[in-house]
Ligand binder design. Sequence first.
Ligand code: 3H9
Length: 643
Amino acid sequence: MSNPVTWTRDNGVLVVTIDNPPVNALSPGVLEGIVEGVEAGAADEEVRAIVVIGAGKTFIAGADIREFPKIIAGERPMLSLNPLLDRIENAPKPVVMALHGSALGGGLEVAMAGHYRVAAPSTQLGQPEVKLGLIPGAGGTQRLPRLVGVERALRMCVFGNPIAAREASELGLVDALIDGDLPTGAMAYARTLQAPRRTRDLTLQSAEEHVIEKIRDEARRRMRGHAAPLSALEVVCAADIFDFDEGLAFEARIFQSLLTGPQAKALIHLFFSERETAKLPFVPKGTKTREVRRAAILGAGTMGRAIALCFANAGLPVQLSDSSPAALEAAMAWIRRHYENAEQQGRLPAEEAARRLARIQAAASVKEFADAGLIVEAVSENLELKRAVFAELDAVAPEGCLLASNTSTLDIDALAAATNRPPDVLGLHFFAPANVMRLLEVVRGADTSPEVIATAMELARRLRKIAVVAGNRFGFIGNRMFAPYREAAIQCVQEGALPWVVDQALEQFGMAMGPLAVGDLAGLDIGHAIRREAGLPPTVEDALVEAGRLGQKNGRGWYLWQGNRRSSDPGVEKVVRAWSEERGIAHRTFAARDIVDRCVEALRAEGRKVIEEGIALRASDIDIVYVNGYGYPAWRGGPMFEG
Ligand code: 3H9
């Protein structure tokens, strides 16, 4: 490999350039190269200041995550970046870090070991390590609070979300924004500097105890079960207690224990799995994608209107239509309210909310879809209705337009057969609420062309969704696996575990919501109808439906419901006991562990079948589906992850 770090001298400034594609990660040798460059500048009498900059589209996106599994397996020594960063910080001449693209994780830590930072306005800066089950491990927890204060450092290290350069400059993390050419601007800035300024010597601004408590509570709520955020909190707070070197030693100890622990392994697995989903053996390299400039949606119900938001939020104009003018009007009113609320609650600036709203146009009929690059059908889940809709869309859609169904179970080939263009037909299964959930199942029919799949994957990226390709079989990946998982939960009830005990066991395991409560939200009559139609043996859930318990929608299902609040109901116990007695099923006691093992094993067993049948391309795709669409705890890596 050619040297990833090189340097040149330009009128008194040494420019050290990192060139380690794709993201200038700190692979072995990279940080050593930067230090060598900085020290070459320090030793050169003609050099007054040093600029460190990234080649290509970014500064440094962090430590090289590909190295972590090797370190965990003991094939590589533990990272020890601090001695090298100390050498940068101790340089006798000003070191300016010139940032663009991403300065994340170890990348931001390198930047903070420099004396000054300048950045292109589009730069993103952050300590996202918690998302990998880690904390910053190269001084981030100690230098960041010295630059931005403990409160802001806590927010960045505990939640892991990056901030934009403008905000970083207001906080003092970035000293100057460079609008034009970054190297030129950085060198000009460097020439104005007189002396180094070590971050470790800055005095930090403490945070009050109640502020720290609030962040701790928020972390517990938003990142339930994750160990790293609370560790990050303790270590950042230590910056206000220990001296700098003690703080670094504390950080190193916690970083190491997290890196070798189970959560980091699981979350690193998900990091790579997420990127793996886009690697599709049936899409030849270099496959051209189609340009989608406008989208259209037919069906303005709960799904259709939320899908419209996805497109509008991503900058794509979208038309929304419905066979019922009243439904369309209601959807447009809902959309307007959505953006008004976003603006009022400070989630969107007024101009941005207005821009997004303006991208969504009501269309009186599908005849107005003549310019669409993609049409999403989101009418009710009825095959004959959907086939009629596809025939109608086929008649009006322009050539090359993708025709997608948002069905969650139905046969894509049957829909494709209603058109004269099966290669353009696919499933795009959004998850509710579609504007919030990251998952998108891209369903490939027998005739769907690779070009159409590649276009859908690219579009998903624009929508900031994680797309997973699924084969065309009832329920695709996610819903297909969810059915036996729920059935296992219902069986536990039939054998004596109370419904709320079942849900609680799975929620303690980390699921966002227990499967019986999920059933109540969806409506118990749905599963009842499916079981009856498929001739499946009845379950105690059918007895609940027959007793008029339909779920949240009529206030009674597995639980009693008051709005979104659920409570246990002795009436359900009676129905269950009678049901089991009638069938001679003896009730027994269940440990939480038994419930979890049984339900998760049902999920895994179905997952194995889904892979065998080629419905999912790989086990890790299933992990991505479950973590991003079904509330499976990310820190466990997904149902198929073996640890
Ligand atoms: C850390 O720094 C710990 C420190 O505290 C030090 C401790 C001692 N390493 O996402 P993309 C690859 S922890 C290795 O599709 P984008 C990625 O796998 C790290 N590889 O592009 C993919 O490869 P492939 C903290 C990495 O433009 C390719 O780059 N940093 C790394 O949508 C393109 O990636 C983070 O957590 C890496 N660090 O987004 C940042 N990063 O093509 C993680 C990326 O073979 N990275 N790759 O599949 C990101 O968030 C995004 O990749 C980024 C670019 C925003 C940078």
